[in-house]
Design a binder for this molecule. Sequence first.
Ligand SMILES: NC(=O)c1ccc[n+]([C@@H]2O[C@H](COP(=O)([O-])OP(=O)(O)OC[C@H]3O[C@@H](n4cnc5c(N)ncnc54)[C@H](OP(=O)(O)O)[C@@H]3O)[C@@H](O)[C@H]2O)c1
Length: 285
Amino acid sequence: MPKTSLQGKPICITGASSGIGAATAIACARAGMPVVLAARRTDRLEALADQIRASGGQALPIACDVTDPDACRAMVDACIAQFGSIFSVFANAGYGFIQPFHKSTDDEWRGIFETNLWGTTNAIRAALPHLLHARSGHILICSSCLARFAIPNYGHYCATKAAQAQLATSMRHELRPLGVHVSSVHPVGTATEFFEVSQAIGGRPDPVIQQTRRFIQPPERVAKAIVRCLQRPRPEVWTSLPMRAIAAGITLCPTWADWAMRRARPVEPESEGAPGLDVDREPPA
Ligand SMILES: NC(=O)c1ccc[n+]([C@@H]2O[C@H](COP(=O)([O-])OP(=O)(O)OC[C@H]3O[C@@H](n4cnc5c(N)ncnc54)[C@H](OP(=O)(O)O)[C@@H]3O)[C@@H](O)[C@H]2O)c1
C-alpha cells in the first residue's frame, strides 16, 4: 500500500495532556497534521499547544472529559471550525488501577468502563458522521497488550482493554467498505504517568512498574508507530514483537500461561473484601 500523506489532515486526540497522547500529538503535528488536544487538564494542553506551534505545527487545546458525550461532540465541532474537517480520531484517554476483584467496588468498575470504553465510543460517535460523509478517515483506539491476556489485580483494566480491541476489530470490518480505517493500538509498559495514577487510585505500590522497569518503552516509540499506521493503515499497532509472541503463546497454552504467571507475579493472599463483601464468611449451608 502506498504511503498516505498526512499533511493538512486534522486529528483529534483524547488524553493528550500527558504520556502516549501528548507524544502522539507531537509526532502527528511533525507529520503535518493539525491536532486537537483534548483532556481535562487544560494548563497542560495549552503548554503542549504552544510547544507544537513554536515548532511550526497547528494545535488547538480543548477541555474535554471523555465520559461526557457533549464534550466529545464539542471537541469534534471545534476541530471542524478551526481546521475545516476531521480526518482522524485517536481515542486514547484512559487509566488503570491496581485492585483485586474481591477488594474493588461496583462503582470502581463502572468508573473505569465509563472512561476507557464509553469514553472511546463517545469520541468515535462524535467523529464518525463526518468520516462517513467524507468516505475517508482513520479511527485509532488505544487498547493494550493486556487486551490479549490478563494479569492479577488488573481485571477491570484488562476487561476494558479487551472490550476496546474487540470493538476496533468489529468496526474495522463494518467501516472498511465505507472508506474508513479502524486500528487498535497495543502498547506494552510505557513510561508515562499511568503507573503513578494507578498507584494513587489503588492506594498501593504497583508491582508492574517495579518488576518491568527495565523493559519499559518511551511513549515516543508508540507515537511513531501510530503515525506509521496513519500513513499505511493496518489492523493493529504493536511495538514489541516479543510481547506479541508471548500473547500468542498464552492463547495457545493457557495452562502453561497460568504456571508462568504464578511464578512471575505471585499474589499475596488477601482476605479483606470490598464494602459489603465478606470473603471470610462461611458459605451458606
Ligand atoms: N503506560 C502504559 O504502560 C500503557 C500500556 C498500554 C496501554 N496504555 C494506554 O495508553 C493510554 C494513555 O495512557 P498513558 O500511558 O499515556 O497514561 P497517562 O500519561 O496517565 O495519560 C492518560 C491520559 O488520559 C487522560 N484522561 C484520563 N481520564 C480522562 C477523562 N475522563 N477525560 C479525558 N481525558 C482523560 C489524562 O488527561 P487528564 O487527566 O488531563 O484528563 C491523560 O492525558 C490509556 O488508554 C492506557 O490504558 C498505557
